[in-house]
Design a protein around this ligand. Structure first.
Ligand code: P6P
Length: 335
């Protein structure tokens, strides 16, 4: 029976090839890049899921049961992603949360640039909370005959040609878009294969949930304070207040918001006037995904996250993203 049910499922490989055939002029290089990311995701997933056993619990310089030097999972994930992205020769430059400067790959003629947070929320590993890899893909701006330069790294969200994230949770889920909708794949660890679980995600227009760390509420704007208070008032129709759901891991909070609707917020605060999350490799890719699923993603000035200019690769941004009606309501409080 099991083999028959597998027969009905589409693998990531089949989905990519199908997408490539529909994509006029697709040369297969972006497809190969997505395959390389999926390979890294499988390797990272394997390591994350045994972290508790082999003592890779955010410890640096410790040794595991075999007495081998243990890398922190975020450093391990960074190495795996850089290695996988360098395999195909299609990527010339990588911006990573783990590296102060952009990393040039060996293939200076690669036509793509990737920005990533290789393991976001890694502080949650020790308490077994889901964590994730977030990535965005750009076409290089510099001449392919030249070395890649800063112009390749400092692009704006609307220049993304693909974006996605991998959620290492109760199952490993790959979510990505190439600008034609959002697709979700689930890893079968036994087969080492990603299977299509949702071909086109559509975010509910409204969700009775807000996702926000209320511990920061006192240092937030009046707009945020008044909006959160409004969320807690009983709804005129249902008579119920909205639910607060916050895991403290962006990939988890955004994935739940994507599927169930609602709003995810990491506002600017007194201590972090530009918010905590990174514009290039956290906010841009998540905004691309949210918009492709029918949602809205803005910053504290009500600007589309995708259009917020980038002047520094580790630049932070406030972020408010989710269902259109939830974010539109917040914007009323931002007037
Ligand atoms: P706070 C995790 O450390 C992270 O970078 C995001 O994944 C998450 O959304 C945020 O920080 C949580 O921050 O201040 O609520 O603990």
């Amino acid at each position: 029976m099991v083999s028959q049910s597998y027969a009905r499922l589409m693998t990531l490989e089949e989905f990519i090839i199908q997408g490539q055939n529909n994509f006029k002029g697709a040369t297969g290089e972006l497809s190969q890049l997505l395959r390389d990311i999926a390979l890294a995701a499988k390797i990272i997933s394997h390591e994350v899921n045994k972290a508790g056993i082999t003592n890779i619990l955010g410890l640096d310089g410790s040794t595991n049961v075999q007495g081998e030097m243990v890398k922190r999972l975020d450093l391990f994930s960074n190495e795996q992603m850089i290695s996988a992205l360098s395999r195909s020769g299609n990527v010339c430059l990588i911006v990573s949360e783990e590296n102060d400067k952009p990393v040039r790959t060996k293939s200076s003629s690669g036509k793509y640039v990737v920005a990533m947070d290789p393991l976001d929320g890694s502080s949650n590993i020790d308490v077994n909370v889901s964590i994730g890899t977030i990535f965005s893909v750009f076409s290089r701006k510099s001449n392919i005959a030249d070395e890649p330069d800063e112009s390749d790294a400092l692009q704006v969200g609307t220049d993304q040609i693909a974006a996605g994230f991998v959620l290492y949770g109760s199952s490993t889920t790959l979510v990505y878009t190439t600008g034609r909708g959002v697709s979700v794949f689930t890893l079968d660890p036994g087969l080492g294969e990603f299977f299509l679980s949702e071909p086109t995600v559509r975010m509910p227009v409204f969700g009775p949930t807000f996702s926000f760390n209320e511990g920061h509420i006192r240092s937030c704007s009046d707009a945020v304070k008044n909006y959160v208070s409004w969320c807690k008032n009983p709804d005129k129709v249902t008579g119920k207040p909205q639910q607060c759901r916050y895991i403290g891991s962006m990939v988890s909070d955004v994935y739940r918001t994507l599927l169930n609707g609602g709003i995810f917020m990491y506002p600017e605060t007194d201590k972090l006037p530009d918010g905590k999350l990174r514009l290039l490799y956290e906010c841009y890719p998540m905004a691309f995904i949210v918009e492709q699923a029918g949602g809205i993603a803005i910053d504290k000035n009500k600007r589309r996250i995708m259009e917020v200019p980038l002047s520094e690769i580790h630049q932070r941004s406030s972020v408010y993203m989710g269902s259109s009606r939830n974010v539109t309501k917040l914007m009323e409080f931002m007037e």
